[in-house]
Design a protein around this ligand. Structure first.
Ligand code: TXA
Ligand code: MG
Length: 326
């Protein structure tokens, strides 16, 4: 199949609308990462997402909506906590898991009785969702297990020839995927950390929020079972910033690269910047991994920032390296 890459304007949005109505898959930008979207009520179309990504069918998708009203047609029970999250944090880089309406297809939720719902804040995502007029289920627009795409060019690397249309928008401002907050249980659970932190959510809900590991690992998202965010080259993580260890890694591995914040920039020519802080780290991480894999045989990520703002990136990089810490 030929893949068109088009700037976002009236004409390309009309074409996107036509493809979505025809049961096709369209890639679009959001403030977090690019998404691979299909009409959430069209099972045949949803299955095409799983094929294009090579995604296991039991890993559920997030349903993206243009407005808050649409949440009520997707969730069967919009809890008081959900209303608070909608009021204070949506639109934005957060996803809520709620009990689903029976009309949401099995393939969207991987057979669960809950559904993940997100309202992106990016004006380009909003333009796409408003133009197509359906709730759009969308995972990140990468091949399964690869780093998520934060530019249209990343999407093209993975999806060329597999989908008919990539909407060419801006690079994603946030850079890591939304915080996933499960509000379908007795206590609120963060299933995936993101740029919206535990403290921010606790301030909005006025109560404590938990990570599943603190309670019961079986409460984790289905997605946690699978390999994630891995570059093509063998990748390691360092979390203590020990200069000697970093230098030893770079000198003992031929053609090794370093992904880290700028204070480590002088250690090698093959340096891929995470900027200065947790926010720039999130913004840069996936592009850095995709740039590095093209020119390195081995890769070291140094992520020694601490604090909850740094958790989102830590969650991604620990998976990128398959848990290999030096
Ligand atoms: O920022 C984002 O969330 C991006 C953009 C495109 O919106 N989307 C994204 O989708 O990251 P994806 O499919 O790559 O990640 C969705 C995560 C997975 O870990 C999945 O297991 C979890 O959300 N998830 C989806 N539905 C769920 C449900 N009903 N219960 C628990 N976890 C769910
Ligand atoms: Mg993903």
């Amino acid at each position: 199949m030929d893949t068109q890459v088009l700037n976002i304007d009236k004409q390309s949005l009309d074409l996107a609308k036509k493809y979505i109505a025809d049961g096709q898959v369209v890639a679009f930008p959001t403030e977090t990462v690019y998404g691979l979207g299909a009409n959430a009520f069209d099972e045949v179309a949803v299955k095409k997402i799983f094929v294009a990504k090579g995604r296991p069918s039991d890993n559920p998708l997030i349903v993206h909506v243009a407005d808050k009203q649409a949440v009520y047609s997707i969730a069967s029970h919009v809890t008081d906590d959900a209303v608070k999250v909608m009021d204070k944090l949506m639109p934005g880089p957060i996803t809520m898991v709620l009990k689903k309406q029976s009309t949401i297809p099995h393939c969207v939720t991987g057979g669960l009785d809950t559904v993940a719902i997100r309202m992106p804040s990016s004006s380009q995502a909003q333009a796409f969702l408003s133009a197509v007029g359906y709730p759009i289920c969308a995972p990140s627009a990468n091949t399964s297990s690869r780093p998520s795409p934060t530019s249209w060019a990343h999407v093209a690397e993975d999806m060329d020839g597999k989908i008919p249309l990539i909407l060419k928008g801006d690079d994603c401002q946030v850079g890591i995927e939304s915080t996933v907050l499960d509000l379908s249980r007795d206590v609120p659970l963060i299933l995936r950390p993101g740029i919206v932190t535990k403290s921010e959510i606790e301030a909005v809900l006025g109560k404590e929020v938990y990570f599943p590991d603190a309670i019961d690992k079986s409460m984790n998202s289905p997605g946690i079972r699978y390999k994630h965010y891995a570059p093509c080259c063998e990748t390691f993580l360092n979390v203590d910033g020990d200069l000697q260890k970093i230098k030893d890694f770079l000198s003992s591995n031929e053609n090794a690269g370093l992904v880290a914040v700028d204070k480590y920039a002088n250690l090698t020519q093959k340096f891929f910047s995470l900027g200065q802080d947790a926010q720039s780290g999130a913004h840069n991480i996936f592009a850095a991994l995709r740039d590095a894999e093209k020119v390195c045989d081995k890769l070291l990520i140094v992520w020694d920032l601490v604090g909850e703002e740094a958790d989102g990136v830590f969650n991604r990089v620990i998976k990128s390296c398959g848990g290999k810490i030096i």
